[in-house]
Design a protein around this ligand. Structure first.
Ligand code: SF4
Length: 257
């Protein structure tokens, strides 16, 4: 069972960690569009979910968001966070920077205390307008699962040209104004062992994280069914061990088991 989200607005979703989160999905509602094709993606593999519908336009996103915020203002609940997530990579939308402008303005108007979060795989942070937009949101959450080029190609499977070194450079350019999100998992996919919980992967990744010096690191493991059925969760002990290394480096960390 994969999860394909409504578009452009979904939820709100209530969670202990985020509170009341209203989702903004810049991808079509009938499929998935991403510059990664992660073997653990809850939306499934790109090839199995090619959308036929177009991306929502900037105007469609703005008016749907405004209508929903007005409704929430009238009937509750107040959102704690407006979260860009959904069926793929939000920064792949060609009007992402303008949509962030609109969202910040609507947030200020209707729920000034709400945060704006973006979950991104960081493949477009080399574009100045995307970088600037991400730099303006409250929670600029960037995926960095490993710094091992070979492992990235098996785990995250970038669909285009990708260099982890330049992505790390791009992340460093935020000067700490980012949150790094990393998936740890084990098991098998397409006949190959997968495991990024050992020092072979954790230590070089930790060095890159120290250079990026993010405000926080969020580590997590698989939660829902994944398109590769033989993947396994990282254990509590493994996640706690990695979290302790991050803390020792003086960086705030959160763990979702
Ligand atoms: S980056 Fe996110 S949306 Fe894209 S394939 Fe990976 S998990 Fe799925």
């Amino acid at each position: 069972m994969t999860v394909i989200y409504p578009s452009p607005i979904f939820g709100p979703v209530h969670s202990r960690r985020l509170g009341v989160s209203l989702g903004i999905n810049l991808l079509p509602q009938d499929g998935k569009v991403c510059t990664f094709d992660c073997i653990y993606c809850e939306c499934g593999f790109n090839a199995d979910h090619r959308p036929k519908q177009p991306l929502p336009t900037r105007e469609e996103v703005r008016s749907a968001l405004e209508a929903r915020l007005q409704e929430m203002q009238a009937n509750g609940p107040a959102p704690d966070v407006l979260t860009f997530a959904g069926n793929g990579e939000p920064t792949a939308h060609p009007r992402f920077p303008e949509i962030i402008e609109d969202t910040l303005a609507l947030r200020d108007r209707y729920f000034p205390k709400a945060k704006v979060s973006v979950l991104s795989n960081a493949t477009f942070i080399h574009r100045p307008a995307v970088f600037e937009a991400l730099n303006k949101v409250d929670n600029n959450i960037l995926k960095l699962d490993t710094v091992d080029e070979g492992y990235i190609r098996r785990l995250d499977r970038p669909t285009g040209k990708y260099s982890v070194a330049s992505v790390v450079e791009g992340m460093k350019a935020f000067g700490g104004n980012c949150i790094i999100q990393t998936m740890f998992l084990k098991g098998r996919c397409e006949g190959r062992e997968m495991d990024n919980t050992s020092d072979e992967y954790v230590l070089p990744w930790l060095e890159a994280v120290k250079e990026i010096a993010p405000r926080q690191v969020m580590i997590y493991t698989i939660d829902r069914e994944t398109p590769c059925l033989e993947l396994q969760k990282a254990t509590h002990e493994e996640l706690d061990r990695i979290a302790a290394l991050i803390e020792e480096a003086g960086i705030a960390v959160s763990v979702s088991y």
